[in-house]
Write a protein that binds this ligand. Structure first.
Ligand SMILES: [Zn+2]
Ligand SMILES: [Zn+2]
Length: 284
């Protein structure tokens, strides 16, 4: 199946030594969801070696606007998704609380929103995270790299919500896991493909992508909009909270009107509410 991938993606994909190939992985899972994996990954001709985060954003924007009929396994995925939400008791374990299932969602989301550019690049774990974070992305390119397996570029940690008191209802947990997974996958996408070849590129990357900078927000919006159509309901990537967290990190809110928040479908008041909430939380 390797020839189905864009060669630029493939040449950057240097981290899967020793891992099972996608084919053998699919073969092993065949009995579980044959209809999803029986079709090849769509060929992507989007150039991934670009010097600006904007081009990475455009790749996602264009891909998520494509004609749905060319997406293999879309119906099976939608069916699986709605089944996962049906008639579950709050104390039941969510499918997303099983690592195999979480990896399954990762593969689906990679195919639907990231043109399979993240395949084999991310290790995933479910774990309680300190400090009110829903998720975390470690990568070999960042300062948070000690726990990333040598076989992968990134490590996605999804906060285990079964331990919260009182426990979150089943459906809320499920939605939170999937939103967090997409959120962290977007971080991984920029971590892997964002160019830092020169000081100019590094400056652009730090300024526009940052933690949740404008490029990250633009791409998150495109993905979130596409979830309505592709998954059947909106998956929340936590864009408002993420922006508020950036302001917390910067220790101040920008003056109202200096950012075009409406283009991200947000209001200043909304982000301020989130900001105030985090100020309160971290000063307790
Ligand atoms: Zn560059
Ligand atoms: Zn984030």
């Amino acid at each position: 199946m390797a020839e189905m991938y864009d060669h630029t993606i493939h040449s950057r994909n240097t981290f899967h030594n020793g891992l099972p190939t996608p084919d053998s992985e699919l073969e092993n899972n065949k009995h579980r969801r044959p209809s999803l994996y029986a079709t090849p990954v769509p060929h992507s001709n989007i150039a991934m070696l670009c010097h600006t985060p904007d081009e990475l954003v455009q790749a996602i924007q264009q891909f998520t606007k494509q004609d749905d009929t060319v997406i293999p396994g879309l119906e099976a995925m939608q069916e699986h998704y709605s089944l996962a939400f049906q008639n579950q008791q709050n104390d039941h374990r969510c499918p997303a609380e099983d690592l195999d299932q979480l990896s399954f969602y990762f593969n689906i989301f990679d195919r639907l929103f990231f043109f399979s550019s993240l395949q084999n690049l991310c290790a995933i774990r479910l774990k309680s995270i300190e400090g009110h974070h829903a998720g975390q992305l470690d990568s070999h390119r960042s300062n948070w790299r000690t726990e990333v397996p040598p076989t992968h570029a990134c490590l996605i940690t999804i906060s285990d919500l079964t331990t919260t008191k009182p426990p979150l209802p089943y459906q809320k947990r499920m939605k939170k896991y999937l939103g967090t997974l997409l959120h962290e996958m977007l971080h991984a996408y920029f971590e892997v493909y964002g160019c830092m070849c020169t000081e100019v590129c590094t400056w652009r990357y730090n300024t526009l992508v940052g933690i949740h900078g404008s490029s990250w927000q633009d791409a998150a919006l495109a993905i979130e909009n596409a979830t309505c159509r592709l998954v059947g309901e909106r998956i929340d990537l936590g864009r408002v909270d993420s922006l508020a967290m950036n302001w917390i990190a910067a220790k101040s809110m920008p003056v109202e009107g200096t950012l075009d928040l409406a283009s991200w479908g947000m209001t200043y008041a909304e982000v301020r509410t989130a900001y105030d909430y985090y100020v309160e939380l971290y000063h307790k």
